[in-house]
Design a protein around this ligand. Structure first.
Ligand SMILES: CC(C)(COP(=O)(O)OP(=O)(O)OC[C@H]1O[C@@H](n2cnc3c(N)ncnc32)[C@H](O)[C@@H]1OP(=O)(O)O)[C@@H](O)C(=O)NCCC(=O)NCCS
Length: 174
């Protein structure tokens, strides 16, 4: 019998409880970040059938607060596979159950790498791209992979040549 292709998506819905609140009574950003990492882990591990590690998380912007009592749904998908890495996209929606409304809160992207017992990267099965949405996500993920490399290169330049930031004056790096 032909082998089933691995799951590409994982969805998780979590109730925002009072222990997740910050001093203003809204959900603490760190509580959402922790859940984001968990769902990215679950999606990548389930797809690859391996332990995975988080290598990078792209910019996370909280545009709107999330409130205690809301249901928050994290929809994740494997957008792209390299040799050992996977880009996992996560879309987060907060739902007010009494109003029956939901709003988009965050979309962000994780790079996860499949590893063996010794923590060494191992190859993952190339993700099958079929639908127009999958094609769009793949193309966007490829561009983001290039941006990440560029940002990393520029950050290293800034770290290694801090004097360039202040007109050539000598300064210790951080
Ligand atoms: C992930 C890890 C095993 C990669 O090791 P490495 O020696 O860089 O291995 P490689 O150079 O073979 O890179 C492996 C993959 O990671 C990707 N990668 C490495 N650095 C990256 C970065 N800064 N951003 C995005 N992807 C990166 C590479 O592109 C490669 O992907 P590919 O195989 O699909 O092309 C290693 O960096 C690690 O253990 N990091 C710590 C992860 C961790 O503990 N996370 C939790 C933090 S608490």
């Amino acid at each position: 019998m032909p082998k089933e292709p691995p799951f590409k998506t994982t969805t998780m819905t979590v109730l925002m409880t009072p222990d997740m609140a910050n001093f203003s009574g809204h959900v603490h950003g760190g509580a959402i970040l922790r859940l984001l990492d968990q769902v990215a882990y679950a999606c990548a591990a389930r797809y690859s059938g391996c332990y995975v590690v988080t290598v990078s998380v792209d910019q996370v912007t909280f545009r709107k607060p999330v409130f205690v009592g809301e249901l928050v749904t994290f929809r994740s998908s494997v957008n792209y596979t390299g040799t050992t890495s996977m880009e996992i996209g996560v879309r987060v929606e907060a739902e007010d159950v009494r109003e029956r409304t939901s709003r988009h809160v965050i979309t962000c992207y994780f790079t996860m790498v499949a590893v063996d017992e010794a923590g060494k990267p191992v190859p993952v099965e190339p993700v099958r791209i079929v639908t127009p949405v999958e094609k769009r996500r793949w193309a966007a993920a490829q561009l983001r992979r290039e941006f990440r490399r560029e940002v990393e290169r520029r950050n290293l330049e800034i770290r290694h040549h801090p004097e360039d930031l202040i007109g050539g004056e000598s300064v210790d790096p951080d």
